[in-house]
Unconditional design. Sequence first.
Length: 444
Amino acid sequence: MPSDSDDEVEMMSDVELSSDEEESDEKDDVSLIVLKRPPAVVRTVQDVEVVEPGKRQGRGSATFSAKEKVGYVKEYIEQEGLGMLLSKELGLVLFHLDTVWMDGSTSKDKRRAKERLAPGSEVCFLVRSFHGEEYKDLSEDKVVHQAVAVWFGIKPDKVLKVAMGEENTRRLEEHRKTFMLYIRGEVFMRVSLVRVMAEVAGYLTDDVGILEYKDDSRGKLNILFHTDHVKIYKKDIRHYKKPAKKVLPVGCLVSTDARSIHISGVKNIQYQAILVLAGDWPITPHPTLFPGGKGSKAPKYDVPKGDFTFYYLELALDSRLKRKVDQLKEVLAGSKGNITYDWRGVEYIRSKDQFLDWKESMGARMGGNRKPPGPREVMDVFKSVRMVEEEVAVRVVDREVENRTWYSPEAWEHGGLKLKEEIKEENCGGTPAKRVRAKRVRRQ
């Protein structure tokens, strides 16, 4: 503590400033008053720190890379916001609309975020990977990737801190558990036929038709389809603003994903089309491959050896397809379940030249590069990938920081440098000079 002898007043000489050459009516524009040590201010701050491998808690099954990844929205699983991304590097990546950033912060409007991130939309994201026996139903490598933050455009500020924070980590764990419940509950739609070739056999109504598929062992099989599930050169059929019988002629070759069905009272329909593609394929929709299950026929893909099955993950898809089956029952009610085609207004493709003419009328690019022969690589899986940079685990920690500063309103009552407000007038010769005199300094 300072003694009484320290309480002295020291007269300071004038301090010459750069503007002291000119006279001023005001002599006390700046004064230095009683000085005290500013009070200590304690603040709590959050830091993101790297956890060394030997100090990680738990089983050490989670890894994180701070490098942002690029992919696109593959599909949404549920209305609440759970969905799937697809990355060329990682394959499948689980995500939720809770982790989407818009306008510099996490989005609070799920509907707006979902509209902005429609299936096929390109996004950037940060990802954590989880390994363990509990994920054996997801991939051969027993791994699941989960996006901790998703955005489009410029990377948001503080995204790493928020993404790896305790609250976000808790939500991510809940989303992961929900997804695993879906997997164990076998609620996803199995795809029996994946991108098999079929031919438009005929139409039952303006919107409902039959595809003919040739199975190597079972011969010709019929696939029910609805025009709502048809894409022609990556566009919905309604884009062409013409009847389906005109833009998708009988005899046209298509690729289709289909599920097995049995329709009571309807004869000779073995499958229902989930998706019908004429021409080039869009990047989405596309089924997902998981280990196990009853299997799928996918002749165009290099499926791993063993038991694997393709699925569509959207939970609402089943009810939509069931409504189409109900429509078929109404159509065939008068024919006792027998297929009767409606040939009115139908276009036909009977030769290769007619097929080429149809392609040109649909705006297809003629010629160009052909895809290499052989089966395609399956991209829609959880891949076990070693990152280019070292994978790290991180955690967000709180710590208290104490500091003293004059540049805080809390310190003003204890003294400080007070500047008197003034209006500077500019003359031809420059700014009028001010003579400033330092007054007393009292040390305490």
